[in-house]
Design a protein around this ligand. Structure first.
Ligand code: SF4
Length: 330
């Protein structure tokens, strides 16, 4: 996902994926990138207020904002703080385009806001689903909801007229790059109504590299020599390794007719006034034991919002929008 501006209501991610590229940023910032990453998260409790101010600036040109490029905006803490939802309301009110990337079906809670925003500006959602393989998912994404729940959430968004696709990232050499596993994902994404599918292969920068290889040695020790050879002296693989994966996914997209018009209904444009004023609320104070629980989604998706709740740290934001131009694989 290419983008110019990013927004992250949280810092740190309780999903704790072994391959998370954010570990590299944490290491560079002199913060823990090992098992401690995601054990506590920072919560930008005033992020929606600051976002509203930033969007109101005369210099703001209404560019697309990417939400969730550095942490999952629908990680468990969002069930309590509802900051991502508050930001969506602000963006919808301003008719500002945005794109979300997530591994969580909690996003279905916000279908009402997403649908309203999609009537006023370009809105797209990408679900990260690198594999449907149970073992690979459990061992590399220890705290994320099951991939098939993400696809059920995708279906619900599509039924509400919201653009939603799948990011198969990161593909892990020797594991999720098997053609039959990639075909499973593309076919299931097509069946869920995905309007786009893209892919990216694992890259290992310092911080991510040590952590990922430690867990690779624990779970698939026979692959360690291959990874050491592949990633020797480099963080990113070359075209020789990446192109076959991209070609395979492109062929699968073609074979399963992804993004056929029948699967891609768009939300209809409506006049600029939102049907209801955005819900204004203050985030709950960061007290884990007594804070009120949010209502669970009415959708038939199992959500465990607080089960993984890490220690939250209040971190009021001074700025919310960061200028970036990178490819996200979160
Ligand atoms: S890869 Fe995404 S979901 Fe996983 S820990 Fe990193 S930010 Fe969270």
């Amino acid at each position: 996902m290419m983008f110019g501006w990013s927004l992250n209501p949280y810092m740190g991610c309780a999903h704790q994926c072994t391959f998370c590229y954010v570990r590299a940023f944490e290491k560079r910032a002199d913060r823990p990138s090992d098992d401690r990453y995601g054990a506590s998260i920072r919560v930008k409790t005033n992020v929606d207020e600051v976002l509203r101010r930033e969007l109101a600036r005369r210099s703001w040109k209404g560019e697309t904002v990417a939400i969730g490029a550095a942490t999952d905006p629908y990680q468990p803490a969002e069930g309590r703080y509802r900051l991502t939802r508050a930001c969506l309301e602000v963006l919808a009110e301003a008719a500002n385009p945005f794109a979300i990337i997530t591994r969580s079906p909690l996003i279905v809670r916000d279908i009402d806001v997403l649908a309203e925003a999609a009537r006023r500006a370009s809105v797209s959602v990408t679900f990260s689903v690198p594999t449907l393989d149970e073992k690979i998912w459990r061992l590399t994404e220890p705290n994320t909801p099951p991939p098939r729940q993400r696809l059920r959430a995708l279906r619900m968004l599509r039924d509400a007229g919201i653009e939603a696709g799948v990011g198969m990232a990161p593909i892990l050499p020797g594991l999720s790059d098997k053609p039959e596993l990639m075909a499973d994902v593309v076919k299931a994404a097509r069946d869920a109504g995905a309007t786009s599918i893209w892919t990216n292969v694992l890259y290992l920068r310092p911080g991510t590299r040590e952590h990922f290889l430690t867990y690779l040695a624990r779970d698939w020790p026979e692959l360690v020599p291959r990874y050491e050879r592949l990633y020797r002296g480099r963080a990113y693989l070359g075209r020789a390794e990446i192109e076959p994966v991209r070609r395979e996914v492109a062929e699968l997209r073609h074979r399963f007719a992804v993004a056929e018009p029948a699967h891609a209904p768009r939300a209809q444009p409506v006049p600029p006034a939102l049907s209801a004023p955005p819900t204004r609320r203050r985030p709950s104070p960061p007290r884990r034991s007594s804070a009120p629980r949010p209502p669970l989604a009415t959708a038939p998706i199992q959500l465990s919002l607080d089960a993984l709740a890490p220690t939250p740290i209040s971190a009021p934001a001074r700025r919310t929008l960061n200028r970036r131009s990178i490819v996200s694989a979160a």
